[in-house]
Design a protein around this ligand. Structure first.
Ligand SMILES: [Zn+2]
Length: 210
């Protein structure tokens, strides 16, 4: 007998009332979004395989938040980790103003110098594995949040070096940890370029050792 097997992503969305959105700075209608991967047989979903995404979303600006954590969009902490991780890789961890500039331009939320410094120490000491962290928290991001993180990875890399093969590969790896394909990474980079890289300037004295 011929069996038609496959997989499909199912999305569930339900209204969860009004909450304060940190981006809109006002009360807005929120939904809870849940995506799961299902095993299909002849096109029918028969078995849930894994939960892919779970977050709360403001229906006005479409920002995703971790459920019940509405102080900060879910993309902001991940973006901060990625910026600091890349700065460390290019030995530019003292560029705290750059870290703040990129975070603020992409998300509207600042990245105080003391926080950049603390995170640098934590990541440098190996207590934080960024790829692992990104992978673990990717499920609380939607496409908008993932785009911010990829754009942030690109802008940080752009500021630190002339982007060559291995630099682009590192951005692709961050995309992969976010569970997005190469087309998505290319799209996000193109969007940043369309915005003239948000005015991000190259650091003087590049190219640093990686
Ligand atoms: Zn909002």
């Amino acid at each position: 007998m011929f069996l038609l097997l496959g997989e499909k992503v199912k999305t569930k969305s339900q209204q969860i009332g009004t909450h304060r959105c940190a981006v809109c700075k006002s009360d807005q209608v929120f939904t809870e979004q849940a995506e799961s991967l299902w095993f299909t047989l002849f096109g029918l979903s028969v078995l849930p395989l894994e939960d892919r995404a779970h977050y709360w979303r403001c229906e006005n600006c479409l920002t995703a938040y971790k459920p019940r954590e509405l102080d900060l969009p879910s993309s902001v902490p991940i973006l901060k980790d990625v910026i600091v991780y890349l700065l460390l890789g290019y030995d530019q961890q003292e560029q705290r103003a750059l870290a703040d500039e990129i975070c603020t331009k992409l998300t509207g939320f600042d990245f105080p110098e003391s926080e950049v410094q603390a995170l640098s120490q934590e990541i440098a000491s190996g207590r934080l594995n960024v790829a692992e962290l990104v992978r673990r928290h990717a499920s609380s991001l939607n496409a908008i949040g993932k785009q911010q993180v990829v754009e942030g990875a690109f802008l940080t890399t752009y500021a630190c070096c002339d982007i060559e093969y291995e630099d682009r590969l590192r951005i692709n790896q961050i995309g992969s940890a976010l569970d997005v394909g190469l087309e998505f990474v290319t799209y996000a980079i193109d969007e940043a370029r369309k915005q003239q890289n948000y005015g991000t300037r190259r650091l003087p004295d590049i190219r640093a050792e990686v």
